[in-house]
Write a new protein. Structure first.
Length: 346
């Protein structure tokens, strides 16, 4: 049966258009092979061989496929008896490309959101940024537009009205969305005995409720930008404070980020069948307005405690965000990735 795909005496070669075999010939060969299998292992090989070859040849086109007849009738098998093929022509530039994708980054006018937005713009994506302050949002979008495409949609996603406005405005401009980065966040620090309910509510509304309701309302747009091989992506920005107990008195922030991490897992299971992946990034210390006071007082100690001996830089954050949004991250779903130089494991 391997002869249907390889010239006689050739077991490894580059595929051409001639390799796309007529299914009217292929399927009967497959059925005969299954029916004629003399033992369970041969039956498993026959059952999986043709679907794998069809998928590989059509998915990768002119790529190198290896058919090895030394082990069984149709090729070398793995531990589960499936035909094993090699594809040694992966295009790494395409693998990590997000060129032409449409992305929305909330809180994209400063800090970690700006690092991600800039990385996406430089990588060729069409990026929408949103933040509460219109002047700042418009100014940043104008600056990023000098290197690519960046558009400002000011909105306060911590409120139902602001979130709905953002979804409505984006839907009026784009037929589909490929990447949603839920980055907008808030923090509130105060001693235990003085911690205000209003501060607790603000942190939870911005960091947890806003992530859920914006994601829920924008799912139809994400579905239009999704496909089985290249799903739409939701990337939630959590924190290492959601993975370990922080040393500062920020009582709502750490629980809110832990909630974001678990909400990520819940949504990943729910939206995965709709070709939407949901993952979270848990940043360590990066320069931002939120961490300014912390780094001013404790940066030396923080760097000393970090196995890599430094705080995070913009390429560190842009890199993981691009990975999760690219083909390279298409099969990653429901994970929380710490980007902290190893701080959370010390």
């Amino acid at each position: 049966m391997a002869d249907a795909f390889c010239h006689k005496g050739t077991k490894t070669r580059r595929c051409t258009k001639k390799d796309f075999v007529d299914l009217s010939v292929l399927v009967p060969l497959w059925r005969d092979s299954i029916n004629n299998a003399v033992d369970p292992k041969a039956h498993r090989i026959a059952f999986h061989a043709i679907p794998d070859i069809i998928y590989r040849s059509n998915r990768y086109g002119c790529r190198r496929l290896t058919l090895n007849d030394d082990d069984g009738a149709f090729g070398e098998t793995n531990s589960k008896g499936r035909l094993r093929m090699s594809d040694d022509a992966i295009n790494v530039n395409d693998l990590f490309s997000i060129k032409g994708k449409v992305a929305l980054v909330t809180g994209g006018s400063r800090g970690i959101g700006l690092m991600i937005a800039r990385g996406y713009v430089e990588a060729g994506a069409k990026v929408y940024i949103s933040s509460r302050k219109k002047e700042v949002c418009d100014q940043v979008a104008e600056q990023l537009s000098s290197i690519g495409t960046c558009i400002s949609i000011p909105a306060d996603v911590s409120t139902a009205e602001g979130s709905k406005h953002l979804v409505s405005e984006l839907s009026s401009r784009e037929p589909a969305l490929h990447i949603l980065v839920n980055n907008a966040g808030a923090a509130w620090g105060a001693p235990l005995a003085e911690y205000p309910e209003s501060g607790f509510d603000k942190v939870m509304d911005t960091n947890v409720k806003a992530v859920f309701f914006l994601t829920r309302d924008i799912v139809p747009l994400l579905e239009k930008g999704a496909s089985p091989g290249d799903p739409a992506r939701v990337i939630n920005i959590g924190s290492i404070d959601g993975l370990k107990v922080p040393s500062v008195e920020n009582y709502a922030y750490a629980p809110s980020k832990a909630a974001v991490h678990h909400l990520t897992r819940v949504l990943a299971v729910k939206l995965g069948p709709r070709n939407i992946t949901v993952n979270a990034v848990a940043p360590g210390p990066f320069e931002s307005q939120m961490t300014k006071w912390l780094l001013e007082q404790f940066q030396e100690q923080i760097e000393k405690d970090c196995p890599l001996g430094r705080i995070g830089s913009p390429p560190d954050m842009a890199g993981v965000a691009i990975y999760l949004a690219s083909r390279a991250g298409a099969y990653v779903n429901g994970v929380v990735i710490p980007v902290d130089g190893g701080i959370c494991i010390t």
